[in-house]
Ligand binder design. Structure first.
Ligand code: NAP
Length: 329
């Protein structure tokens, strides 16, 4: 396993990590969660990602039960939560969502109970809250750090401007600013990581814990011919995600990637993940897996990484043509 500093912080995070969205509690029970987290940890993964909204709190409950049973040294792993959507679904009342001081502090306390830990290593604002002043969010996060309930805070899917406003506020009041951002990043979705955030890495430093490295599985090639019955896009209630990803032009590109993977003697999923962690601005790529075999396959990305020569990278670029255009000056 390779470990990377999370932005300019001292925290070392494994270059791939493990997340619970969709799978925990929806697709499998405690037994499988225990098996997958065990494989992850035994292979050097030290970061487990979660959020209040995943399975409406049940994902955190499940991860908490597994962590308790595993009895791993608490200092050996990093666990996160994210607040914004609340966990009551349609029953959310005002103040049970968003990034206000009230919701961030209450959601943190609830996540600690569900995960059965004394502190969160990473705590994210799951989305920007357009109705709460960013200064209030920064003060709330700083307060939680001072209380020892969280160690680092960050954002998810915030714009570069919003992240820089958080830094401006933090610097002005001498508070602790955001350490990391959790953006989507994969061969189809590159604009934030490869363009919008470039000045932030350079000027203030920022770690990235990127999500959906396989575009929800599309970049494993599993959807090239059909939608397998036991896959994410076949799940009830996930039509919106299937509609976002399944498109002829995208499948055509994945098929070409699969040909390249075959020539390299690696799997398409492994190649897609290796491509993500090839980027030094990616601190960690959060893997998702519903089955043991997938996780083991995805962990081969480190071997595949060694095959990503400039020529191979150029071939991938030519297949996808998703590299953002940067200004020349
Ligand atoms: N901050 C945010 O807004 C946000 C949003 C989304 C996710 N996340 C985080 O990022 C994590 C990863 O996201 P993700 O789950 O979308 O990642 P992903 O890697 O794009 O998709 C993972 C899914 O693809 C399928 N898969 C994985 N490996 C495979 C393989 N080798 N062969 C075939 N199929 C494979 C599995 O689904 P099936 O077997 O069910 O098909 C698996 O659950 C989440 O768990 C969550 O922690 C954050």
């Amino acid at each position: 396993m390779e470990y990377r500093r999370l932005g300019k912080s001292g925290l070392q995070v494994s270059a791939v990590s493990f997340g619970s969205w969709v799978s925990f509690s929806k697709q499998f029970d405690d037994k499988v969660a225990d098996q997958l987290m065990g494989i992850a940890y035994d292979n050097g993964i030290n970061f487990f990602d979660n959020a209040e909204v995943y399975a409406l709190g049940e994902s955190e409950n499940m991860m908490g039960r597994v962590l308790k049973k595993k009895k791993w040294d608490r200092t050996s792993y990093i666990v996160s939560s994210k607040a914004f959507w609340g966990w009551r679904g349609e029953n959310n009342k005002p103040n049970q969502t968003g990034c206000s001081r009230k919701h961030l502090i209450e959601a943190c306390n609830e996540a600690l109970l569900r995960l059965q830990v004394e502190y969160l290593d990473l705590y994210f604002c799951h989305r920007p809250d357009k109705k709460t002043p960013i200064a209030e969010t920064v003060w709330a996060m700083n307060h939680l750090i001072q209380q020892g309930k969280i160690l680092y805070w960050g954002t998810s899917e915030w714009s570069g401007v919003e992240i820089m406003e958080a830094h401006r506020v933090a610097e002005h009041y001498r508070l602790i600013g955001p350490t990391m951002e959790q953006p989507q990043y994969n061969l189809f979705e590159r604009n934030k990581v490869d363009k919008e955030f470039l000045e932030i890495y350079k000027n203030v430093g920022m770690g990235t814990t990127i999500w959906s490295p396989l575009a929800s599985g599309l970049l494993s090639g599993k959807y090239n011919d059909e939608i397998p019955k036991d896959s994410r896009f076949a799940l009830k209630g996930f039509d919106w995600l299937k509609d976002r990803w399944i498109a002829d032009d995208k499948i055509k590109k994945v098929k070409k990637l699969a040909e390249l993977a075959q020539k390299l003697g690696v799997s398409t999923a492994s190649l897609s993940i290796a491509w993500c962690i090839h980027n030094p601005n990616v601190s960690t790529a959060i893997l998702g897996a519903s089955k043991k075999q997938q996780l083991l396959e995805n962990l081969t990305a480190f071997e595949t990484l060694k095959k990503l020569t400039p020529e191979v990278m150029e071939k991938i670029e030519n297949i996808f043509k998703t590299k953002p255009i940067l200004p020349e000056f």
